[in-house]
Design a protein around this ligand. Structure first.
Ligand code: FO1
Length: 319
């Protein structure tokens, strides 16, 4: 029997696990709930970076060098934009722009982001459900030593260099999870919820900041298992460890486990962090140690299998 699974994901790191899961879980039994707080309007276009990273990865059309954007990309539009003195700090490839044009037009027609994403997914031949956490706008605002910056200004334009003091998810408190997300979490066949090794503070926290999503997660009667995005004190991708330091946290997988402790049942530590096992278990969390570095497709599939097996074995903690 197939395992019914919901995965929570940000962009590049989450997409790797989602791809692994898509190889071991039948498409109708897998839904990936994706962060939308990185979304923004740029050059008049509605850009949803994490949703697109998931779609392109699952469609085997992602740029293998960056993990975001499309493979076989051309940059004629950016070159022409530069000539015209337009803004080029956020690199939009020609093929990628087509996605943003379709999304922008469909949203202007009144379609929900979930519907547009389903249409793009169908067009790209992706069978796995890719679900924005909400159809309502959520926008990460990063409070830094140089002022409050919209997420992409902080992350791309300023290369995540300013020191982070706090992270705010504007609009999240009033946002509703989409009906599709609630249905996935309330599906009687659901057996596991997996938290991908995405940035807890920038990619997973915005999901939890949507009150109806946090409530549905708490009410789900299945094990919630997180994969650590910190391995040997370093982030698998991006500025997670840097931000942890700036927020006054120890740069270790233990701090991630503490952050997730109120709502997870199991935690996958990389083997190099096996010495942290007793400290994580002392939080009331069941621990599994395995390789979590996903370099190849086989690594992604292996970690997906490991996480599903572990979720089945670890059960639901009494809280
Ligand atoms: N990340 C960059 O570091 N530089 C870029 O110019 C850039 C452009 C871009 C265009 C489309 C897209 O879907 C993603 C893009 N990203 C870029 C990645 C993205 O902004 C971040 O990785 C995520 O928001 C964080 O998950």
């Amino acid at each position: 029997m197939s395992v019914h699974c919901v995965a929570l994901s940000g962009g590049v790191g989450g997409a790797k696990l989602a791809l692994g899961l898509s190889h071991v879980v039948p498409a109708d039994a897998l839904a990936v709930v994706v962060n939308t707080a990185d979304d923004f309007r740029h050059l008049g276009l509605a850009i949803s970076p994490d949703l697109d990273t998931l779609l392109y990865t699952l469609a085997a059309r992602v740029n293998p060098d960056t993990g975001w954007g499309r493979s076989d990309e051309h940059w004629h539009c950016m070159e022409a934009l530069e000539e015209l003195g337009g803004e080029t700090w956020f690199r939009l490839g020609d093929r990628d722009i087509a996605t943003h044009l379709v999304r922008t037009a469909r949203l202007a027609d009144g379609a929900r982001l979930t519907e547009v994403t389903a249409e793009l997914r169908a067009a790209l031949g992706v069978k796995t459900r890719v679900l924005p956490v909400s159809d309502d706008a959520i926008a990460t605002q990063v409070h830094t030593d140089t002022g409050v910056l919209p997420f992409q200004e902080y992350f791309v334009r300023r290369r995540a260099e300013p020191r982070v003091q706090a992270v705010e998810f504007a609009g999240a408190g009033d946002a509703q999870p989409s009906p599709e997300v609630l249905a996935a979490l309330q599906d009687a066949r659901l057996q596991a919820i997996l938290v991908a090794p995405s940035n807890p503070w920038l990619s997973i926290d915005p999901l939890l900041a949507v009150p109806g999503f946090a409530a549905a997660l708490r009410e789900a009667l299945v094990p919630v298992v997180a994969v650590s995005p910190i391995v040997g004190g370093r982030a698998l991708k991006g500025p997670t460890a840097k931000i942890m330091g700036e927020l006054g946290l120890t740069q270790s997988a233990l701090a991630v486990a503490r952050h997730y402790q109120p709502w997870i049942d199991g935690f996958i530590l990389d083997t190099v962090d096996k010495d942290l096992r007793p400290d994580v278990e002392a939080l009331g969390i069941t621990v599994h140690c395995s390789n979590t570095i996903m370099q190849t497709l086989d690594d992604r599939i292996e970690l997906a299998r490991t996480a599903l097996d572990f979720a089945r074995d670890c059960g639901k903690a009494a809280r």
